[in-house]
Design a protein around this ligand. Sequence first.
Ligand SMILES: Cc1cc2nc3c(=O)[nH]c(=O)nc-3n(C[C@H](O)[C@H](O)[C@H](O)COP(=O)(O)O)c2cc1C
Length: 403
Amino acid sequence: MLKDKKILIGVSGSIAAYKVATLVRLLVKQGAEVQVVMTNAATEFITPLTLSTLSKKPVFSEFVKDETGSWNNHVDLGLWADVILIAPATAHTLAKCANGICDDLLTAVYLSAKCPVIFAPAMDLDMYRHGSTLENLKKLQSFGNQIVSSNYGELASGLVGEGRMAEPEELVEILKEKFDNKISQKLHGKKILITAGPTQEPIDPVRFISNHSTGKMGYAIADKLAKAGAEVTLVSGQVALSLPDDSINLVKVRSAKEMFEASEKYFSDSDIIILAAAVADYTPATVADKKIKKKEETFNIELTKTVDIAKTLGQQKRDNQMMVGFALETDNEVENAIGKIKSKNLDMIVLNSLRDAGAGFGHDTNKIRIIHRDGSMKEFDLKSKQDVAQDIVEAISARVVEN
Ligand SMILES: Cc1cc2nc3c(=O)[nH]c(=O)nc-3n(C[C@H](O)[C@H](O)[C@H](O)COP(=O)(O)O)c2cc1C
C-alpha cells in the first residue's frame, strides 16, 4: 500500500526524534520513497547521517545548501510529497505552522504543500495541555491538517501523562490509512457531524428514562472518520467511553432536546451527517422539580413526542449534504428501513437487527445491512464494531463526489 508513495517526514526538536529512525526504516521497508527534512533543533537529537542512511536520500535542514548559493527548493519539496508527516511535532513547530511563520525549511515546505499533512505532537504533558498548544492544534485542524493524538505514558521529563509521540508502528498504520481505498482523499477535510449514544429524558431531578445504547458504534465511526482526516463533531449522549481521537470536537448532551439543538447548530456547516444516536421518541410532559415520593401503588407518567431529529434535519438538507441514518427494527426490517429513508430524506441507512445474536446494543460486535436511497442494499457478516465502522465509512466515502 505504501509502495512508491512519496512521504516527506518533517522532524522537529523533541526527544522523540529518536523514534524517527525506526519510522523511516519501516516506511522504506514497505517500499515508500522517504524524504526527511529536519529543523536545526532536531539535528541536536538525531543526526542527519542516521536518517539519510536509513532513507537512502540526503536529509535537508537549510534553505541554502552551501557557499555556492544552490538551495533546497521548499516549493518543489512541498509539491513532491504525496503526504507530509511532521513527527515529532514540537510545540514550537506547531505554533509556527498554525500561524504561517516559515523561517526554516520545514515550515516553508509545510506552507507550500498541497498534499495532506499529518502532525504527530510530542512534548511534556503541561506543554501539550497548554491553552496555546491546544489553540494551535485546533487551528491546524481547521486548515484541514490531521493531528495524531499523543499517547499517555512516561515522558522524558519523568512525568507521566499525555504527550508521548505515537509509536512508529502506529504512524505507519495512519499513513497506510491515508492511501487506503482513496477513503482519505475523499473524506480529508470534510466536515462531519455524528450523533451517538443514548438520550436521557428527565422525570425529576434524580430520575430519567433512557435506553441501552452504549455509543460504541458511533464512537468507532467517529474515530475512523477522524483518522481519515475528516473534521468530526461528535454530539454524544452520556456514555462511558473515552474520546477515541483528540481531533474530534465532542459536544456532550443529555436529553433528546439537547441533542437536537446541538445537532441543528452544526448541521448547516456539515458535509456529511451521521445519526447513530438512540434518541428517545417520547419525553415526560412535565419534569417534577423535586424528587417524586413513593406513594401510590401505580404511577403514571404522561409522555409527549420529542423532536424527530432525522426528519427535521432531513427537511433542511441541501443537495450537497449527505445524511446517514440508523435503524434498529424488530420486524419488517428492510421495508421499515426503506420507509425511513423516504420519510426522513436520508441518503443511506444502516440497519441493525435485534434478531441477530451479537448485534445491536451493548455488544462489541454488530451485523448490519446498508441500504441506499436508490434501493441498492449490501449485507455484512457479524463483525467487531471497529470493522463495521470501517464498512460504514467505506460505504459513505464511495458516495462522496470528489471535488
Ligand atoms: C532535552 C530536550 C528535550 C526537548 N523535548 C521537547 C519535546 O518533546 N517537545 C517540544 O515541543 N519541545 C521540546 N524541547 C524544546 C524544543 O527543542 C525547542 O522548543 C526548540 O526550539 C524546538 O525547535 P523546532 O520546533 O524548530 O525543532 C526539548 C528541549 C530539550 C533541550
